[in-house]
Design a protein around this ligand. Structure first.
Ligand code: SDX
Length: 433
């Protein structure tokens, strides 16, 4: 992306140093002022907690228009990918930039399928966790330990190593996720099967037992595949930015993805899908809705409407609209047609979207608001909801990590700060304090 002829002049009032900063124009979206020379040439830092106004990098992977509620992967609208595509095809698109041909998709699917197994020693790691360990705690630990097994692909300067590590991570996440679940419920792990699709394999590994096989319902497989497409990537969200920052120090990809999993776990981010179900269960009765809406609006009350609001979307999250319709389809066949939590969630959305507090702040349902209702209808427990998110987002994380490592200009990320602590002072001997 070339610097545009537009420019901005800034003067350091202390030193009277002026600097002209070029404008960087994207293919789509808002322009940016390139401040990369600002500190070096004008001794000025910028201050932007939470990165509300900061573009941290260039990327060709995903585009979001928050005002219009638009999400595109490599230029393709999310609605079209969710309707016509599948998750493994989307993984190829995000990783390599183009929709695969028939032979490319067949080869890629075969590669992913043949990397789904875990080294048998890895299964011992799960036994080290107490049975009631949160699956995200187990997943962070196990994914971080993968670098202890794959010494043959840790040279991050080697494109082939980067590619095979991306394949291994995409392929093994469902196997690790299912093993987390089985450990939680005290059942032996079920190995992956090469005759099953990506999502059918995950459901089989979760719900089959050594005593009884499990044939995933085609609608359950379709619903999970669609949810994974919707969760696959979302430009520079907190966990993806975590992966990029970890990767900028040239840490190995397994450690970087473990860092992303840790960041995703927070209830302000990927942990929100589990928090939404807890919130709906806490509200319980539609008669309580007004009380909880009032709590969400009360700045003295820590309660927030989980699954509502977004840093970028100031319109309806396009993913939430798709998930809401998918909910109806899944509940009609697999769940409770009159699922009380789904009814409650829709009532909550209707009330909130007519309330000035939410309208003024442009707070709409996000991707996490309805997804848990589908997971629950598929028999997936609440503590596994964010694990599902992590499986899907691993595709986005490895795509951004690969894009960053392919950039010859790549350098370590090292932000500065505004120091507001004590000015320099002298040490006082203990006897004088
Ligand atoms: C994801 O970044 C991504 O792309 C993330 C994600 C992805 O795909 O990677 O889309 C996935 O993380 C979705 C978000 C999941 N989180 C939740 O649903 C948790 C509930 N939402 C909020 O905590 C909040 O909306 C955030 C964290 C999502 C966004 O926070 P911001 O952008 O920092 O907004 P803010 O906290 O500054 O809020 C602005 C105002 C405040 O009120 P005022 O101070 O102006 O009076 O809106 C209010 C907030 O109090 N507000 C809410 C609210 N979210 C914002 N009030 C009640 N309930 C909420 N959910």
């Amino acid at each position: 992306m070339e610097a545009d002829k537009q420019a901005y002049t800034l003067t350091n009032n202390r030193t009277q140093t002026s600097i002209t900063l070029p404008e960087r124009r994207p293919v789509q979206g808002d322009p940016a002022v390139d401040i990369s020379r600002l500190y070096r040439e004008a001794s000025l830092l910028t201050f932007d907690p939470g990165f509300m106004s900061t573009a941290s990098c260039e990327s060709k992977i995903t585009f979001i228009d928050g005002d219009a509620g638009i999400l595109e992967y490599r230029g393709y609208p999310i609605e079209q990918l969710a309707q016509h595509g599948n998750f493994v095809e989307t993984a190829y698109l995000l990783l390599y930039g183009e929709l695969p041909s028939v032979s490319e998709l067949t080869d890629f699917t075969d590669i992913i399928t043949h990397h789904t197994m875990l080294n048998k020693s890895l299964y011992n790691f799960f036994e080290g966790f107490h049975h009631d360990a949160h699956p995200m705690a187990i997943m962070v630990g196990v994914v971080g330990s993968l670098s202890a097994f794959y010494h043959d692909s840790l040279d991050i300067k080697n494109p082939r190593h980067r590619d095979i590590s991306a394949h291994r991570l995409i392929a093994k996440m469902p196997t690790i996720a299912a093993a987390c679940y089985k450990h939680n419920i005290g059942q032996p792990s079920i190995f992956p099967r090469n005759d099953l699709s990506y999502c059918a394999n995950l459901l089989h590994m979760m719900f089959a037992t050594p005593c009884e096989d499990y044939e995933p319902d085609p609608l359950a497989v379709e619903a999970l595949d669609t949810l994974f497409i919707l969760h696959a990537d979302h430009e520079q969200n907190a966990s993806t930015s975590t992966v990029r920052l970890a990767g900028s120090s040239q840490a190995n990809p397994f450690a970087c993805i473990a860092a992303g999993i840790a960041s995703l776990w927070g209830p302000a981010h990927g942990g929100a899908n589990e928090a939404v179900l807890n919130m709906l269960e806490e509200i319980g009765d539609p008669a309580q809705l007004d009380r909880f809406i009032a709590k969400a609006k009360d700045r003295q009350d820590h309660f927030r409407l989980m699954g509502f609001g977004h840093r970028v979307y100031k319109n309806y999250d396009p993913r939430a609209a798709i998930v809401r319709e998918l909910c109806k389809k899944v509940l009609a066949k697999l769940g409770d047609h009159n699922n009380p939590l789904f009814e409650l969630a829709q009532r909550l959305e209707d009330i909130a979207l007519q309330d000035d507090y939410f309208i003024e702040r442009k707070l709409y349902p996000n991707v996490d608001f309805y997804s848990g209702i589908i997971y629950e209808a598929l028999g997936i427990p609440k503590n596994m909801f964010t694990v599902m998110f992590a499986i899907a987002r691993t595709v986005g994380w490895v795509s951004h990590w690969t894009e960053m490592m392919n950039d010859p200009q790549q350098r370590i990320g090292r932000p500065r700060q505004l120091y507001t602590g004590y000015a320099r002072r002298q040490y006082q001997p203990l006897t004088e304090r």
